[in-house]
Write a protein that binds this ligand. Structure first.
Ligand SMILES: Nc1ncnc2c1ncn2[C@@H]1O[C@H](COP(=O)(O)OP(=O)(O)O)[C@@H](O)[C@H]1O
Ligand SMILES: [Mg+2]
Length: 470
């Protein structure tokens, strides 16, 4: 359980803005802390070095005086007495052949060159401390005296050397720890942010899926997320009210218009019957009936498009089998195709499950087949197929008619658009608009392509999710 939560959160946390911000701040903090501490330490060391150097220079002056007054003998005496004091002074006086004449160093330290080439240098040396031979650190200066004698005057700086070593080893660790704390802190903060955003995302997904009654949950934090959630909820409330209002208008218009329209049609049929087949008014009545049918058709199509576009029907989506839809609709249009002299063929396919609203998908397919029969001259043929694709499933109607020119393929999807060439065939210009609206509702893509010759209309459905979106 914990493991899966870890896997679920960690990869996402790295991509959050909150995490990046924390990381950048921790990085800036670590760099500035390092620079600040480093600079302070460097300054302190420099002034300590300067102090040591001054002490050594004073000592050298003193030794030089002794040497001027009492010669080498005097110098050796002073060095011996200083060594006897067991202070932090480090001395070595060697003869021209390299043999030690006085001092507390057993051998000349490597890398120390006498003045004037040398200057101050730091070196390691061995010293007997409480019966133990230990490595120590010293800083000093060496001089070449008359006759090849050499004098080294230095001070023990081991304490400082150890401090510096401690500092250079601790600093990287401190920075590392700082970064680690930052990482953990950032992760915790980001997880919090992610949790809040997830709640908003989940609600949005449910609303997009058609459940307009959903609201973003509020916490008691009264922070910016809460005020965002509050605003979103106000907005949702407003949208829901508008949608409800629209729906009521559409419903009442639908009811108040559909009934009288049907009544009108019935009356016309009644008249047709009453006047008999020889009546002089028959043509006019037929025309009136056709006009009424067109009105009813337009009306139904507009209502269906509104319904599909409102997304309200998303809630009614189930797993449907496209090949069954194809079989049903094709069967329905068989007689019409036959009457027109067009071959309507259905490509065989297995069960093809997508998530959808069966009646709307059937209506969309019916519109495509209706167009194909209507615009394909007799002698032509139509192929209806449902097929599996890598991304889901395709529903295709291909005919051998005149097709739709490339430049009109977007325009014909708009409401009431009919091409000039179709002027003489009946229609409302709403068929393809409905197909497009149904495709949108299903997150599917409608493509109109060349069937050389003819039109190939395809609705590409996405793969049905394993379980319904929660
Ligand atoms: N299969 C087809 N072959 C040729 N043209 C077509 C085909 N389907 C649609 N069209 C063109 O697209 C226009 C819009 O189609 P549609 O929205 O179904 O309206 P309607 O069929 O009522 O005219 C049609 O008027 C026609 O010009
Ligand atoms: Mg049509």
């Amino acid at each position: 359980m914990r493991g899966s939560a870890f896997r679920r959160w960690v990869p996402r946390i790295f991509h959050t803005q909150a995490f990046r911000i924390v990381l950048v701040y921790v990085f800036i903090y670590a760099v500035s802390a390092t620079v600040l501490v480093g600079f302070t330490y460097w300054n302190a060391e420099r002034s300590l070095d300067a102090q040591t150097d001054q002490t050594i220079e004073a000592e050298v002056t003193g030794l030089n005086e002794q040497y001027q007054r009492f010669g080498f003998g005097g110098l050796i005496d002073v060095i011996n007495s200083r060594v006897a004091q067991h202070g932090s002074g480090v001395y070595l006086f060697v003869g021209p052949n390299g043999s030690a004449l006085a001092g507390n160093l057993t051998e000349w330290p490597a890398g120390v060159v006498p003045e004037p080439a040398g200057g101050f240098a730091e070196f390691d040396y061995r010293r007997n401390v409480q019966g133990q031979d230990v490595m120590r650190r010293a800083r000093g200066q060496a001089f070449l005296l008359i006759g090849g004698f050499q004098l080294l005057v230095a001070r023990d700086v081991s304490e400082r050397f150890l401090t510096r070593r401690l500092f250079t080893t601790t600093l990287p660790w401190s920075v590392g720890l700082m970064l680690l704390f930052g990482l953990v802190g950032g992760a915790v903060m980001s997880r919090d942010v992610l949790r809040r955003l997830d709640a908003i995302n989940r609600t949005s997904a449910l609303i997009v899926a058609g459940d307009f009654s959903r609201r973003v949950p509020l916490t008691q934090a009264h922070d910016e997320f809460d005020s965002l959630a509050e605003n979103l909820n106000f907005m949702l409330e407003r949208i829901e009210r508008l949608m409800k209002g629209m729906r009521e208008v559409v419903d009442s218009v639908a009811h108040d218009l559909r009934t009288p329209l049907n009544r009108l049609r019935n009356r016309l049929e009644e008249m047709q019957r009453r006047f008999g087949p020889d009546s002089a008014y028959l043509d006019d009545i037929d025309a009136a009936i056709a006009e009424t049918d067109r009105l009813i058709g337009t009306f139904n199509a507009l209502l269906l498009i509104a319904e599909a576009d409102s997304g309200m029907t998303r809630g009614a989506m189930t797993h449907i089998d496209l090949s069954a839809v194809v079989a049903d609709v094709a069967e329905l249009y068989g007689p019409l195709a036959e009457e027109k002299g067009v071959a309507l063929e259905v490509a065989p396919s297995g069960v093809l499950t997508v998530e959808g609203n069966r009646s709307l998908v059937s209506q969309a397919l019916a519109n495509l087949i209706d167009n194909a029969i209507k615009y394909t001259p007799s002698g032509g043929h139509i192929l209806v197929s449902a097929a599996q694709t890598p991304s889901g499933a395709d529903l295709t109607v291909a005919d051998s008619g005149p097709g739709i020119p490339q430049e009109d393929r977007v325009r014909v999807l708009d409401r009431f658009v009919r091409l000039e060439t179709s002027r003489n065939s009946p229609g409302t210009g709403l068929g393809l608009s409905l197909v497009a609206a149904v495709a949108r509702l299903h997150d599917a893509r409608l493509t109109l392509a060349d069937n050389t010759p003819g039109l190939k209309a395809t609705i590409s459905f996405p793969r049905a999710p394993a379980k319904k979106r929660d």
